[in-house]
Design a protein around this ligand. Sequence first.
Ligand SMILES: C[S@@+](CC[C@H](N)C(=O)[O-])C[C@H]1O[C@@H](n2cnc3c(N)ncnc32)[C@H](O)[C@@H]1O
Length: 197
Amino acid sequence: MQDLIKEMESYANENNVPIIQKESIVYIMKYIKEHNIKSILEIGSAIGYSAILMASVNEDIKLTTIERDETRYMECLKNIKKSGLDKKINVVYQDALEVNLTGVSYDLIFIDAAKGQNNNFFEKYKNFLNKDGIIITDNINFHGLVGNSETIESKNLKELVGKIESYIEFLKENDEFDTEFLDIGDGLSVSRRKESN
Ligand SMILES: C[S@@+](CC[C@H](N)C(=O)[O-])C[C@H]1O[C@@H](n2cnc3c(N)ncnc32)[C@H](O)[C@@H]1O
């Protein structure tokens, strides 16, 4: 498994595939272990790096991960097969905003896809969260640019960072969820349903 993980890190590096930072996945894996998480939904598989690591924490974890890019989806399937976790991980090849889930719910939902769509992913998938479940979102600091969007010259980048800033405001003002913002890796938000909901 360690060799496969190293191989995936090199592939991601050589092919400019964004994967989660070490520190962040270590935090999430520890959370999965300590809270005995059994069902996970991931939005944004890329090549399966975080999916494989999350699913490897406990024997009885089931994980569904969604990816819309064909090359990454194929690479993800290949890596999951190699990891031997193919019975535990289900990969869906579709845009996450178009997936129709029915009769399922999750202990952990990990949002790590198009950063400008975080609000939409959150609003759609919160309905599939178990009562004591959490939603974790990656890249909340977006390489240190969040909070500094005024100084960004590129129009597209400025817009993207602006959307992440709006997502943070959306989480802070959310009536249904309490959110902690962690300065781990590229920044994680951890959202839990308020007691009253
Ligand atoms: C940051 S990468 C995921 C990294 C992966 N979670 C990891 O740490 O190993 C984001 C991925 O989300 C995919 N993506 C972006 N928007 C998506 C959407 N609407 N539906 C499904 N996949 C999406 C991209 O193609 C990309 O591969």
